[in-house]
Structure formats: C-alpha cells, structure tokens
Design a protein around this ligand. Structure first.
Ligand code: HEC
Length: 725
C-alpha cells in the first residue's frame, strides 16, 4: 500500500543526474512553435508560418493536416518592422479530444490586427476551417518592431483553458530597462498600455472555461466579472513574454517562464534584466513593467526629459500612464520562483550565464504504475524548467508550499528547446525550434526516456540507382547486436501506408510525399531514415554578365558587371568576387577554422550569428566586409562584445558577451575580420563595377576567381575565371 517504502533505496541509485535516452523521432519542421500530445500517442505541432502537422511517433510519420492563413514574418521580407513575432502560436487539444476531435489554436489574423484563440474540429483527421468557433480576440499592434506574443495554450486538469499573451511592446527603445515610454507617438514602446493594464488582454495569462458555444469565466480569476476597468478573463497580469506555460496536474498551480529585458547592469531606472520562472498558486499581478524578478521595483522615468522619478512600490504598484485604460492601483506584485540575469546568478549559479529565454515544462510526479518515470521517487513534485538559449532542462524540486528546494541540470545539448510535454505513459516530448532565430527548416521532435542502457539501432537508406521507385537499406545495424526489424512507410497526404518490411521497398504510381524506413531493436530503440519524394520548385535563374568570357582576371582589377532576370529588384542584388588560392581545398565559401568554430559554438555566438547567411545578428562575413579596412577594428569590436551593441545593424541589440574573456575575444574578432580576405562585394545595384581583392601577401599567383550574383527569390549565378598575377 505504501509505495514510498522504496524511497531510501532508490535515492542511492539516482543521486547523480541520470542521462536521458534521446531519440529524434521527426525532423524538418519550419519554425515549430508548440506541441500537444493526443490520447493515442500522436503529437500535434504548429509552425509559425501557419502549418498544422500531426506526428506519429511509432512510424516517424509527419502529416500536414491543415494550414491557417496567418500574419507572419516571411523569408521574402526578413527585415520587416511589421509583425515581427506574429504567426501561428500555440495549440491545445480538448480534454475530450478522443471523442470530439476539437483543437484550440492561437494565431495572428492575416487582415485584422489581432491575435485570436479559436476552437476547430478535425474532420477525417484534417483541420476543418469551417468549424472555427472564435473564443478570444486580442487586439495588438504590428508596427515598429513590437514583439512578444506569449502564445502558449494549455488545459488544466479541471478543464480550464489557459492562454498566455505577450506585452506586444517594442523592447529596443528603453535601454533594456522598463519600456514605459509615455510620450505621444511612442505607445508601441509602452508596456503600461498592455501588460500593466487591467483592462487589456496583452501581457497576461488568461483563464476561461470553454463551453459548447463559447466560454464562461471561472471562479477565482483576478477581477470579479463586472469590475469596472478590468477584464474578467485575466488570471495573471504583469507579464512581458510568458512564452511557455504548464499546469501542475495535481495542485493545478500555474507555472511559466518569463522572458525578461536586456539591461546588463543595474541603473537608476531599475535592476538589470532578468528572466523568471514563476508559479501562481492563485490569481495575481507579477509586476511587469513596474516590478521584476524577486520583486525589484523599476523607477518612474520620463522619456522626454530623461528624468528618473520615484521607485514603484511592489506592494502597491501604480499604473499612471496616459495610455492606461484600466485601474491605476494595481494588485501587489508577486516575486518570481527563480530569477536570473545574463551574468551568473548569485542565487542560482547552476543556471550558468549568457543568453536567456526561460520556459516552464511539466511538473513531474512519480507514479510507479506509469510506464516511464523520467525521474526517481525522490524527485516527486519537480518542475522541469528549460532554457531556449542555453539548451538545457533543469530539475526544480519543489516543497509542499511550491518553494524551491533544489535546482539541478537534468539534460543539456538541445537546439533551442521550444516546448516540453509529458505524455500519459510518462514519455517526455521535446520540440526543438532549430538552429536559427527565423526560417528554420531543421526543427525536431525528440523522445526523452529514462536511460535504459539499451543503444538504439542506426539506419540509412537510398533510392536505387537503377529504378527511382526502388528504395534500399544502405546501412542498418545495432551497437548492442540486437536483431533489427525494418518497416517501410509511405506518407500520402494526411495519412500513411505500409510498404512492408525488409531490405527494400518499391512504389508504383503514387502521389506520396515521403518514403521512410523505421528500424527497431525490439527493446524500444528506434531509428528513422527518410527520402522526400517532393521536388523543390525551381527558382528563376539570374544571369550574370561581366563582358564576354575573360580567360583570366588580375588582382586589383576592376570588373564591370550586369545582372539580369525578369522581375529582378536591382536594389536586392549582391555581386561578389572571391579569390580561391591554387593550393589546398576550397571550402565553397568563407569559414572559420575548426578551433574558432568550436570556440564560437561554445560561447553560443551561433545562436544569433551565422558565417554567411542572415540570422538575428549580422552574418560574420558582412561584419568583416564592413570593418576590415578600419585600423581600430579589433578594439572596436572587442568593445562591442564586452558592452553589447545596438544600432550598428538594426535595432535588435546584442547583449554583452560576458562569457568571453579578452584573449578569446581577440581570437574570435580576428577570425571574423579575416573571413572577407580575398573577397570583394558590390550590392544594391544590378550593374556597376567591382574591384577585385589585392593579392594576399603569401599567396602564389594563379588560382581562380569565383564571381557570383545573388538576389532573394532567385537562383544565383556563379562561375570561375583563372587568377593571374
Ligand atoms: C542574443 C543574440 C546574440 C548573441 C548570442 C551574439 N550576438 Fe553578436 N550581434 C547580435 C546582434 C543583434 C547584433 C547587431 C547589433 C547592432 O546592430 O549593433 C550583433 C552584432 C555583432 C557584431 C558586430 C558589432 C558592430 O558594431 O558592428 C559582432 C562582431 C558580433 N555580434 C559578434 C558576436 C560574438 C563573437 C558572439 C559570441 C561571443 C555574439 N556576437 C553573440 C546578436 C547576438
């Protein structure tokens, strides 16, 4: 009867963090946002640009079951100021999904400027758009780089539906402190109009009870229905970007990660920026934009005169903004459960330092009757918090009063963990967003199970060279020597069809989109290999003309160019000439040495930068092109790493890179500046002149020039000409 008798014994064996068994079950998602686990074990996934997918873990099948038209940032206009973080956000399945096939989606309307929570019903397994029942509309703004949508949708065990919304505020014009710009025309940079406003749905966690035809307000929300200047849907107010939320299955307490502002240090205006992990045992105000972290107040601040005013009182914060349509006197601010800055946290050093994006996953309870327990019985009642930037899951052990007893790393090495859900059987599902900030195509779903000691099989497949409809196993094995069974699957629209078992599979006249081979080892180990049957649509080709076909080109020579293609916007053209030395192999473009690559990876630079394609921060090649001729470039850029940067490339700031010491900064900056060696570039015009690079001091004559033209939406042109002294 008392299963806790086993407790002291098990404590010994799990005193060290157990490694988890991580298996990639599905991959190739485009900026995936949130997952929901269905009663049959399938997973539903939303993608930022509007697709809804269903994933079948047993076969690795990925099925597109619908797409919503949404407002979202697109690759065709990556620098748009408009609607930066809009899109299809969160998803939840109805508690009675098995019977009613209902799902809830939160998305940005493509025409009206608002975010909407709607209920849809699946019909024949697909999203039936005509079934839409609108529940909540959250008016937003989209201009001026406002961001933060929250966007997490979850049901509690009591059938109440929670939706997190962001402050919809531009964070780039308040020096990383509190965005409370009260000047006329600056409303977009004022979170007092949203998160701090009791009469506005933004910067909140809303709680409703869905009914057949809409929703009711449950007991215990922050304001009694009918209270003037308030919205009854508000459960928690004072949030900045409550990105991922979770509800304790036993206590019904609400947890969320709160992504905080950027200030690197304390100032008269207020404390340094901090992320938070929060718990609400009851409805409450969590402070933003007047109070942050462990109830640290911000000062009032006049953006017109730069005058710092009186500090807010966390016990009785006031919203005095002219844009406030709600109450002036706000409920007392609640402190965070966990809070941490960019620098190492004095209170929670195990969190490490550097970039931050706090998220809340499920609360683990040990249940010996369940198939899997990711942690031991001594970890009963542990919040699994995770970090999008730091790529880690943390165990936050809680006591009976929801106070933190202990904080440890559970697992590491995830690529921007975006969502974490626990299935009925105890399986932990991790959604990885992908390596970049925008336009990922490498989002993944990982299955996390308690370590079993079993090693999974491996498999790779190929299309037969003789017959395009024949698929073969190239390699399949199991490190433990377990016998491997291979099953083949064909994805057809929103379903899949078995193609049998064995070393080969063949197709006949099909409209399928993917062939998959699934290797299993009989002990739960699984590996999946995929071949896409979809041919990418060809882009129109650019034509690059440099006046005939010169046999060779000299260092320092001027080359005239003209780029043509139908519908080409010449302001988006980039023409580049790259010198390729005659010896050694050509990497196909500028790249770091392995040492530098390892260094910038370990310092998390690549979370925001790529060598030669755009990300949140500028591509390093462009940094090199911009500064390589500047005498003080090394010191200047080292200063940027130390103090952070804003305005050099845009309004998105780079936080101070405190994990980098002086010597490392030297190495990295010199390597960045060296990336453009031998490269010259002309951009913004379809015709003009390009001066080729000077001869590198130690390069032998000869080698080649690679001349290329690129423009977004076109297939680039590229050719080589011999280099001469
Ligand atoms: C959280 C995202 C982020 C991380 C992490 C990050 N950067 Fe940046 N970085 C940016 C952004 C955004 C800019 C553009 C800032 C601006 O416009 O001034 C930038 C700019 C730069 C610049 C150019 C500064 C200038 O004045 O032109 C350099 C060099 C740079 N980063 C190097 C690094 C290195 C090295 C690392 C790792 C140690 C790193 N960054 C980590 C976002 C980031």
């Amino acid at each position: 009867m008392n299963k806790h008798l086993a407790f002291p014994l098990l404590l010994l064996t799990s005193a060290h963090a157990q490694p988890l068994d991580k298996t990639v079950i599905a991959e190739g998602f485009h900026d995936p946002m949130e997952i929901a686990v269905a009663p049959d074990g399938d997973l539903f996934v939303t993608e930022r640009e509007g697709r809804l997918l269903r994933v079948r873990p047993s076969t690795g099948g990925i099925f597109e079951i619908g797409a919503l038209k949404v407002e979202a940032l697109r690759a065709s206009d990556p620098n748009s100021n408009y609607a930066r973080e809009d899109g299809l956000q969160g998803i939840a399945l109805d508690p009675d999904f098995a019977n009613n096939q209902r799902i809830y989606l939160y998305y940005s309307d493509p025409e009206k400027v608002l975010d909407r929570l709607s209920r849809f019903t699946l019909k024949d397994g697909k999203l039936d758009k005509s079934s839409e029942l609108v529940l909540i509309e959250v008016p937003t703004t989209r201009e001026n780089k406002v961001c933060h949508h929250g966007g997490s949708v979850e049901f509690g065990p009591d059938g109440l539906l929670y939706l997190s919304t962001g402050d919809n505020t531009n964070p780039f014009e308040s020096s990383g402190s509190s965005p409370i710009d009260d000047r006329e025309g600056h409303e977009y940079a004022n979170a007092a109009r949203s998160a701090g406003n009791t009469n506005d749905l933004r910067g909140k966690i809303l709680r409703i009870k869905p009914t057949e035809t809409g929703y009711e307000i449950p007991e215990g929300n922050l304001f009694k229905p009918g209270t003037p200047k308030t919205r009854p849907e508000i459960y928690v107010m004072g949030c900045r970007n409550p990105f991922r939320i979770s509800i304790d299955p036993k206590t019904r307490n609400l947890f969320w990660g709160e992504v905080g502002p950027d200030a690197a240090s304390d100032t008269a205006r207020g404390p340094r920026g901090q992320d938070e992990v929060n718990v609400a045992k009851a409805a409450g105000n969590f402070g933003w934009p007047f109070v942050i972290g462990n109830n640290e107040p911000y000062s009032r601040f006049d953006f017109a005169t730069n005058k710092v005013g009186e500090k807010q009182n966390p016990a009785a914060p006031k919203n005095e903004s002219r844009s406030n349509t709600g109450l002036t006197d706000l409920p007392p601010a609640q402190p965070a459960l966990i809070w941490y800055p960019y620098a190492e946290s004095p209170e929670f050093p195990v969190l490490g330092k550097g970039g931050r994006n706090a998220m809340a996953g499920p609360v683990f309870y040990h249940d010996s009757a369940r198939k899997y327990n990711i942690l031991g019985p001594e970890d009963d009642k542990t919040l699994l918090a995770y970090e999008w930037m730091r790529g880690k899951i943390f165990k936050a052990k809680l006591d009976a009063d929801e106070k933190l007893k202990n904080l440890e790393v559970l697992a590491d090495g995830f690529i921007h963990p975006m969502d974490l859900e626990m299935a009925q059987d105890g399986t932990l599902w991790m959604l990885e967003y992908g390596s970049d900030w925008w336009f990922n195509k490498n989002g993944k779903i990982l299955r996390l199970l308690p370590s079993s000691g079993n090693k999974p099989p491996t498999i790779s497949i190929e299309v037969s060279s003789a017959d395009a409809n024949q698929f073969l196993v190239k390699e399949a094995s199991d490190p433990d020597g377990d016998p491997v069974t291979i099953t083949w699957w064909l994805t057809e629209g929103a379903t899949e069809r078995s193609l049998g078992t064995g070393q080969t599979a063949s197709l006949s006249g099909t409209t399928g989109t993917e062939v998959r081979a699934v290797a299993t080892d009989g002990k739960g180990g699984i590996a999946i290999a995929r071949v896409s049957l979809v041919k990418e649509k060809a882009l129109p080709q650019l034509i690059l003309d440099i006046g005939g076909q010169p046999k060779s080109l000299n260092f320092n020579q001027e080359v005239s160019f003209a780029v043509r293609a139908e519908g080409l916007d010449s302001s988006k053209v980039t023409v580049r000439a790259r010198y390729i030395p005659p010896t050694g192999h050509d990497a196909g473009g500028p790249q770091f040495s392995t040492d530098v690559e390892t260094l910038v990876t370990s310092k998390l630079c690549l979370a925001c930068h790529q060598v030669a394609h755009p990300s949140v921060g500028p591509q390093y090649l462009n940094v090199s092109l911009k500064y390589r001729d500047r005498a003080d470039a090394v010191d200047y850029l080292k200063g940027k790493l130390k103090n952070g940067s804003t305005g050099a490339w845009g309004e998105v700031p780079m936080p101070p890179q405190i994990a980098v010491n002086d010597e490392e900064a030297n190495t990295i900056i010199r390597a960045i500046l060296g990336l453009a060696d031998g490269i010259s570039e002309a951009s913004g015009s379809a015709s003009g002149k390009l001066k080729l690079a000077p001869q590198p001091p130690d390069a032998a004559p000869a080698g080649a020039w690679e001349i290329s033209a690129d423009a977004p939406g076109f297939l680039g042109a590229k050719f080589r000409v011999a280099a001469e002294k």
